[in-house]
Design a protein around this ligand. Structure first.
Ligand code: IPM
Ligand code: MG
Length: 372
């Protein structure tokens, strides 16, 4: 039996294209792994009413980690319309399978490195090297939302918080409420992941990006937990900033920052900004990390219009494979892969259309593999 069992989840759209690219480099690296295909994505929602079938969850439980391509997510009404007729009208609701996986496997730390590789014509600047730690299981993604708002819920909010008074007469059907849930455990462990990473990679500070001047309780708890955790890392500074100002500073002085840590929704937004600084989503890798399991996925979506055309940039996926190798403890392979990617970017001869080239997804992967 191979050393690693890796769940192979191409998912939707270009997920297939970029996963094929990943396989080329993993095979070239001779990773001692077996890859088990797992069903996930829009197709399974439409045909089975579940984008993350139970058989996939069972399969994942028997693997070392998972590699994931891309997923299509659509709003509620559209999702219902695309179900096969037999499954419609049964109250099924579509929830993004990647969000479910993060919560189900307690993959609380979403690691999103955004590093500019010199020579990439899409770089905003060549000197950007940021790492976003996004809390991955709670916050605005906790899924505790109401529309319509049940009377008991509104009465309870009115009783405990005078700020609710302004909304007391809004008709139930015209009111939507979401709960931004932050726990001390959730806040502490994501901040600790960021500090551990900063310590292990020679950074001097961790920047907590929140909004405690307005979100006094939820962001406030993030700040409290961060200060407490920071006490365990006397050699590192904790900077705390507001999300609005921080995005401006990141555009102005990206070099001043290194490791950033934030809650779930802010992290979703912040990581797209950071990705754009280093060439966009074609270069944005990510790891959803828990204590025992991890799912690695490029940050980009499924871009259905390009599916199976082998046109899109595989770099985000290849960098994601590098994160997986790091997590597996295969540091030599991880380093070699990153070097090969950087080499292909710098050389500039083999490029997909987004970088001004004419090469296919597979040709780019092959060029990376040729350097391994
Ligand atoms: C991401 C994506 C997902 C998210 C979507 C596809 C549910 O935007 O991984 O950043 O919102 O987390
Ligand atoms: Mg996102």
């Amino acid at each position: 039996m191979a050393k690693y069992q890796i769940a192979w989840m191409p998912g939707d759209g270009i997920g297939v294209d970029v996963m094929d690219a990943a396989r080329i480099v993993l095979d070239k690296l001779r990773l001692d792994a077996e890859y088990a295909h797992a069903d996930i994505g829009w197709e399974f929602w439409c045909k089975e009413g579940d984008a993350l079938p139970q058989r996939t969850i069972d399969l994942l439980k028997n693997t070392t980690c998972a590699l994931f391509g891309a997923i299509t997510s659509k709003p509620k009404d559209e999702a219902e319309r695309e179900l096969i007729p037999e499954l419609r009208g049964q109250g099924r609701s579509y929830r993004s399978p990647i969000v479910r996986l993060r919560q189900m496997f307690d993959l609380y730390s979403n690691l999103r490195p955004c590093k500019a590789y010199p020579g990439n014509p899409l770089n905003y600047r060549d000197d950007v090297d940021l790492v976003v730690f996004r809390e991955n299981t709670e916050g605005l993604y906790a899924g505790v939302e109401f529309r319509p708002v049940p009377d008991e819920v509104r009465a309870m909010l009115l009783k405990h918080n005078p700020a609710m008074g302004r909304f007391k007469d809004v008709p139930a059907g015209d009111l939507a409420i979401t709960a931004r849930i932050i726990t001390r455990k959730g806040a502490s462990r994501i901040v600790r992941s960021a500090f551990d990473y900063a310590q292990g990679h020679g950074y001097k500070a961790v920047t907590l990006v929140e909004k405690p001047n307005v979100l006094r309780e939820t962001s406030g708890l993030m700040v409290d937990a961060a200060r407490e955790v920071a006490g365990d890392y006397p050699d590192l500074q904790l900077w705390d900033t507001n999300i609005d100002a921080q995005v401006m500073w990141l555009l102005k002085n990206p070099k001043d920052y290194g490791v950033l840590v934030t809650s779930n929704m802010f992290g979703d937004i912040l990581s797209d900004l950071c990705a754009q600084l280093v060439g966009g989503l074609g270069f944005a890798s990510s790891g959803n990390l828990g204590e025992e399991y991890a799912v690695f996925e490029p940050t980009h979506g499924s871009a259905p219009k390009y599916a199976r055309q082998y046109k899109v940039n595989p770099m985000a996926m290849l960098l994601t494979a590098k994160l997986m190798l790091d997590w597996l403890g295969e540091s030599d392979k991880a380093e070699a892969l990153e070097k090969a990617i950087a080499g292909v970017v710098k050389d500039g001869k083999v490029r997909t259309y987004d970088m001004g080239g004419k090469n296919t997804t597979i040709e780019v992967a092959q060029a990376v593999a040729d350097r391994l």
